[in-house]
Design a protein around this ligand. Structure first.
Ligand SMILES: Nc1nc2c(ncn2[C@@H]2O[C@H](COP(=O)(O)OP(=O)(O)OP(=O)(O)O)[C@@H](O)[C@H]2O)c(=O)[nH]1
Ligand SMILES: [Mg+2]
Length: 326
């Protein structure tokens, strides 16, 4: 049965959301994070209103200035009359809402301005990766009428590469004197970047970092039909921020002209469905396994006869559970 029949408070929230009400957006995101039983129905009913916002992933190693740059970028987008949603994902926090206190304080002045919505989220359920909740929050801000949704993920765990799965445009940020970072930057990150940024260009070594990055991108063996631009910025002084904005908007035009815009939206949907299936199946599996019976029968073979080992037993139990579903 589809999740369409929405009544009462959730229905009211969705109505207000579609009118652009940011308090309704905040409440709906909280409902998603709290796993409120009404959340799936509310999300289902906003789905037809999604697919319009330009979703931009902002990623890179910790401390390179992603949040500061994001703030500067948001200002220039606001100046152009665009509405901007920001989701800051903190992979280290299992909690939502209160995550990233530092970021919240740094961005506080922004969030009071009209036309911008900021939210920090944890990654509960998917350690280090992006959860279905992040995708849901993107949908909520998209349906709310944001022209651009910026998703910041700190460079730890899987989230930095995952963000490419939900974004149309992925901006990878680094900084001078992080030559080691560039070399160690996961191949995945080099691959997912549509735009590369050397931030903190006010510090010595910016040119060298720029050259290193450009060199690394040239060596990239994949046949790209578009070489990603490398931009230098200083979030502090505003240097390069307008250029970054223009490159992001240019990337949207590039995607649209080539029919890739739709393709990236499809990729986001696929990832979202996969994340939801994993969450749903994970919860169900936990229920089944916590009953204990599925695992109890191997205990004797594990303990007494040592005829099997936990690794083999786990593989057998998993295969047994999934057998009918290949
Ligand atoms: N010199 C200089 N410092 C900067 C610049 N941009 C940011 N910073 C400083 O770099 C530090 C980290 O900035 P953040 O914006 O928190 O970096 P981040 O990448 O969001 O950090 P995480 O979210 O913790 O990964 C802060 O102390 C900023 O003030 C810049 O352009 N120049
Ligand atoms: Mg940050």
């Amino acid at each position: 049965m589809p999740y369409r029949l929405l009544k009462g408070e959730p229905l009211e929230l969705v109505k207000r959301l579609l009118e652009g009400d940011s308090r309704a957006a905040a409440r709906l995101i909280s409902m998603v994070e709290e796993r409120n039983p009404s959340a799936p129905a509310a999300l289902a009913s906003i789905y037809p209103h999604t697919g319009r916002a330009h979703v931009v992933g902002i990623t890179g190693p910790p401390g390179v200035g992603k949040s500061t740059l994001l703030r500067a970028l948001s200002r220039t987008l606001l100046d152009k009359g665009m509405k901007v949603g920001i989701i800051a994902v903190d992979p280290s926090s299992p909690f939502g809402g209160g995550a990233l206190l530092g970021d919240r304080i740094r961005m506080q002045d922004l969030s009071t301005e009209k036309g911008v919505f900021l939210r920090s989220m944890g990654t509960r359920g998917t350690p280090g990766g992006l959860s279905a909740s992040t995708g849901a929050a993107v949908d909520i801000l998209d349906a709310m009428g944001m022209d651009m949704v910026l998703v910041e993920t700190a460079g730890a765990g899987q989230s930095e590469v995952d963000v490419a799965g939900i974004a149309h445009t992925c901006v990878v940020i680094t900084m001078p004197r992080s030559g080691d970072d560039i070399q160690a930057m996961k191949a995945g990150l080099m691959e997912v970047g549509d735009i590369f940024v050397v931030n903190k260009a006010d510090l010595p070594g910016a040119e060298e970092a720029l050259r290193l990055l450009e060199g690394a991108l040239r060596l990239d063996p994949r046949g790209r039909d578009r070489v990603p631009p490398v931009i230098r910025t200083a979030a502090f002084t505003g240097e390069g921020v307008d250029l970054l904005r223009e490159e992001i908007l240019e990337h949207r035009r590039y995607l649209e002209e080539r029919g890739l815009w739709e393709e990236r939206f499809r990729r986001r949907l696929l990832q979202q469905v996969m994340n939801l299936v994993m969450e749903e199946a994970g919860a169900r599996l936990r229920e089944i396994l916590e009953g204990g019976r599925r695992c109890a029968h191997v205990l004797e073979r594990l303990l007494e006869s040592r005829e099997t080992d936990p690794y083999t037993a786990a593989r057998e139990i998993a295969a047994d559970l999934l057998r009918d579903n290949d």
